[in-house]
Design a protein around this ligand. Structure first.
Ligand SMILES: [Mg+2]
Ligand SMILES: [Zn+2]
Length: 203
């Protein structure tokens, strides 16, 4: 009989906005925002391929996303559900095992345990999906993703178009250096496969 620990799977936790779906430009505020309607959902280049490869490598796939628009009243639960269904369809035949979202915001209600940079969503998904966090990865495009991944005991990959030395200095100041800094999802896969050796990938 297998030891319980042997039945745990590795996982890749992925941020949603800017990693799996493109951000949406909001001309009213001049900011990049989360998609709120089906027609705003565009999968990031190579997101489908990344998920399919990770699945073949034996990783569970968990999406973890802060969606404070719910607390702020700018996004309904129904809108969010529609965005997730549309993204799921855009990524097919790739799928995720679970999607966790935090609907809270500290200025609009109580502070919660799920909003990244806290690791609550990763911990919950790990329990429910029998995940070994120490063999898992967190992939995101923001500081809070790296912080949440580190707090959960995962390796972290920051995917960003910003200059690596600028990003590294900023993250170091926050005490949250990612294990890897890469530019796109193909390079994310290279990190997780252990193939990337170029300078900006650190370990
Ligand atoms: Mg993001
Ligand atoms: Zn929350």
């Amino acid at each position: 009989m297998l030891d319980a620990a042997q039945t745990l799977s590795p996982a890749v936790f992925l941020d949603r906005d800017g990693v799996l779906n493109e951000m949406v430009y909001d001309p009213t505020h001049g900011l990049l925002d989360s998609p709120r309607r089906a027609e705003q959902v565009v999968a990031v280049h190579n997101a489908k391929e990344l998920l399919l490869e990770l699945r073949l490598m034996g990783y569970k796939i968990i999406v973890v996303t802060n969606q404070p628009g719910i607390a702020k009243g700018t996004l309904t639960s129904s809108d969010l559900h529609t965005v997730h269904e549309t993204l799921d369809a855009a990524l097919a035949p790739a799928t995720w095992d679970a999607l966790e979202f935090c609907p809270h915001h500290p200025e609009f209600g109580v502070a919660c345990e799920c909003r990244k940079p806290k690791p609550g969503m990763l911990m919950k998904a790990a329990l429910e999906n029998h995940i070994d966090l120490s063999k898992s990865w967190m992939v995101g495009d923001g500081l809070v993703d790296v912080q949440a991944g580190r707090a959960a005991g995962c390796k972290t990959v920051l995917v960003t178009k910003l200059k690596v030395n600028v990003v590294e200095r900023f993250f170091e100041m926050q005490g949250a250096e990612p294990d890897f800094v890469v530019r796109n999802l193909v390079e994310v896969l290279g990190c997780i496969r252990g193939e990337l050796t170029f300078q900006k990938c650190r370990e």
